[in-house]
Design a binder for this molecule. Structure first.
Ligand SMILES: Nc1ncnc2c1ncn2[C@@H]1O[C@H](COP(=O)(O)OP(=O)(O)OP(=O)(O)O)[C@@H](O)[C@H]1O
Ligand SMILES: [Mg+2]
Length: 245
């Protein structure tokens, strides 16, 4: 069964067609990397998957439901590209707040918090307010927040950005673990090496349109190219940033 479906989706902001006829589906239990240059339409697509924006045209479905349906939303974990958390809370208080909003009971919030804080490497910083956190530490808090209610579908907007090498390895392992549990992970990224390592499929977006989609092996063809080369090729640019003929 599909965890999410986008069919001929269009979303424009004035004259800018941020998403322009995008059709994409992700199977349950799949890890999909959503790639594209700055401004390609990744975050706009994600916001439609979450029901934050309505598409101008086309259809969006998550877990068999409308993205605005609370029954779908409760099963989705989301980590935004930039998170603005209450600065005076510490990470435990942050998770208690979000867990409460998700309707979780105190005991399950406490249990999940104790599992997730070490998992994202925040044990040492657990008592400090978030305003004292570095960028990568806030990113780690965001990952814990997205996973708190044990969602079936994870939608992560650039989860690897700002993470140090150890945190990247930990996040990679965590995403692979989620797949083993049958969860679906949809993440946008500029980190092609991470996408290459863990994704079942990657989808490459250019000016709001899907220009390539498949496993890295399928996209590489006989040439056995790496994802960086494939990415440049499908976007029609060379390694110096110039257009290919
Ligand atoms: N709220 C908005 N109002 C006006 N234009 C917007 C809005 N949100 C996005 N856009 C425009 O839509 C296009 C796609 O933006 P989007 O944020 O989806 O790109 P992205 O692929 O996530 O880029 P990045 O990799 O930089 O995060 C851009 O041209 C952007 O300027
Ligand atoms: Mg974005």
């Amino acid at each position: 069964m599909e965890a999410l479906i986008m069919e001929e989706v269009v979303k424009a902001f004035g004259v800018v067609r941020a998403v322009d006829g995008l059709s994409l589906s992700v199977q349950q239990g799949e890890i999909l990397g959503f790639l594209g240059a700055n401004g390609a339409g990744k975050t706009t697509s994600i916001k439609m998957l979450l029901g934050f924006f309505r598409p101008d045209r086309g259809r969006v479905e998550v877990l068999g439901k409308d993205p605005c349906d609370p029954a779908a939303r409760i099963k989705i974990g989301f980590m935004p590209e930039t998170a603005y958390y209450y600065p005076f809370l510490n990470v435990r208080e942050l998770l208690a707040l979000y867990g409460g909003l998700c309707g979780m009971g105190r005991e399950s919030i406490a249990r999940r918090t104790e599992t997730l804080i070490p998992r994202v490497g925040l044990s040492e910083a657990g008592k400090r307010p978030l305003r004292t956190y570095s960028k990568g530490m806030l990113q780690r808090a965001g990952i814990a927040q997205a996973l708190l209610h044990d969602p079936d579908l994870l939608i992560l907007d650039e989860p690897f950005t700002g993470l140090d090498p150890l945190a990247r390895i930990q996040l990679r392992d965590l995403i692979l673990d989620l797949r083993r549990q049958g969860k679906t992970v949809f993440f946008s990224s500029h980190e092609l090496s991470e996408a290459e390592l863990i994704c079942d499929r990657v989808a490459i977006l250019r000016q709001g349109r899907l220009v390539s989609c498949g496993s890295v092996r399928e996209l590489a063809g006989d040439g056995g190219q790496n994802l960086e080369r494939i990415f440049l090729k499908v976007l029609g640019v060379d390694a110096q940033g110039g257009r290919l003929a």
